[in-house]
Design a protein around this ligand. Structure first.
Ligand SMILES: Nc1ncnc2c1ncn2[C@@H]1O[C@H](COP(=O)(O)OP(=O)(O)O)[C@@H](O)[C@H]1O
Ligand SMILES: [Mg+2]
Length: 338
């Protein structure tokens, strides 16, 4: 329920809920201002804007902003992703087909192959690529001009991007988690688009359980709507929102079944740790990666769990959240660095 990645059918629904212009974007005031300026200046000069890098956790609006950039520039958008570019040739094919002023969106740009990355540096800087024909000593590089375009890269892991690639973006926007009042506005906006009748306290209940993430807020809204239609009179009130989210096992702080299972195992079975993540994963019957990448980031961010060199540790807040008394020795999270 609270995975930050979109899955399956969700993509189509998301497309309908995406803000289309910068004005419709809720929150991220600084990014909106800065990006607005970059685009406005480019429009005044009649040029393509500088390359833009969007970084931040899943579900915060990177794809949305990429589409908005193209929309605001009234430029066509081409979409691809790092994992889809396995050879430099894949990238050469995309780049050689670009028209002047187009926006190329590369999602998960940190997952592109090395040779493609190197080709991209050159394309970004000089609007040129060298297409290598043949192999070994007889190979020749044929330079190919590319019309000016704007690259928009998105990454959840800005730290994994090689410096030379990062440096070639003229503007980097780092998206932050949303405040509850911003999520509240997003839930209202989405409810309007979906034709859901929503009371203010119902909306803030959904917002406060959405882990700072618009994608999750929109998903919870859809599940609450189902509940409202089937078990109530269709109106999302506070009671309906609470009952629905309890049914889906998303608690007041946005923890879901897996999050609580991890904390529960950590506290009850391992005395609060330290315990290795693999052991913890076995205890909750999940893959290690799922525990590490799905549950832990949120638990760490909210100060429930600390990652230490000796293993995972439950904080005082974790014991408290489970309604358990913390052993006297439990330290404060502030003592641990992730
Ligand atoms: N600032 C925002 N205002 C309103 N809705 C947003 C905002 N950011 C994201 N969303 C919604 O959240 C969903 C996920 O956004 P998306 O751009 O796909 O995230 P990302 O690409 O970062 O994973 C979209 O359906 C969009 O409607
Ligand atoms: Mg995306």
């Amino acid at each position: 329920m609270t995975a930050a990645e979109a899955e399956g059918d969700e993509r189509a629904v998301e497309a309908a809920l995406r803000p289309r212009s910068l004005d419709e974007v809720v929150g991220q005031a600084r990014v909106r201002d800065q990006l607005g300026l970059v685009l406005e200046a480019a429009r005044m000069r009649g040029r393509s804007p500088d390359h833009v890098l969007l970084s931040g956790p899943p579900g915060l609006g990177k794809t949305t902003l990429a589409m908005i950039i193209a929309h605001e520039m009234t430029a066509p958008l081409r979409l691809t992703s790092g994992p889809a570019i396995t050879h430099a040739g894949d990238l050469a094919a995309i780049l050689s087909g670009m028209n002047e002023g187009e926006v190329l969106f590369v999602d998960e740009i940190h997952r592109m192959s090395r040779p493609a990355e190197e080709m991209l540096y050159m394309a970004m800087e000089d609007f040129r690529v060298d297409v290598v024909i043949g192999k070994g000593p007889g190979a020749t590089a044929i330079p190919l001009e590319i019309p000016p375009f704007t690259l928009v890269g998105a990454t959840t892991r800005a730290g994994l991007l090689p410096g030379p690639l990062r440096d070639r973006f003229g503007f980097t926007a780092h998206l932050e988690y949303y405040e509850p009042h911003e999520l509240d506005r997003i839930v209202h906006r989405s409810a309007g688009l979906l034709g859901v009748e929503l009371r203010p306290d119902g909306s803030s209940e959904i917002a406060s359980r959405s882990r700072g993430t618009p994608r999750i807020a929109n998903r919870l809204l859809r599940r609450v709507r189902d509940f409202a239609q089937v078990r109530a009179d269709g109106v999302v009130t506070l009671d309906v929102a609470r009952a629905a989210l309890d049914l889906y096992e998303v608690d007041e702080l946005g923890l879901d079944r897996l999050d609580r299972a991890v904390l529960d195992a950590l506290c009850r079975r391992f005395g609060g740790g330290p315990v290795g993540v693999s052991t913890l994963a076995v205890a909750v019957g999940e893959e290690r990666e799922t525990v590490e990448e799905v549950a832990e980031p949120f638990l760490v961010r909210n100060g429930f769990l600390a990652r230490t060199p000796r293993g995972r540790i439950a904080t005082r807040a974790a014991w408290h959240h489970l309604g358990l008394a913390a052993p006297a020795a439990v330290a404060d999270t502030a003592l641990f660095d992730d």
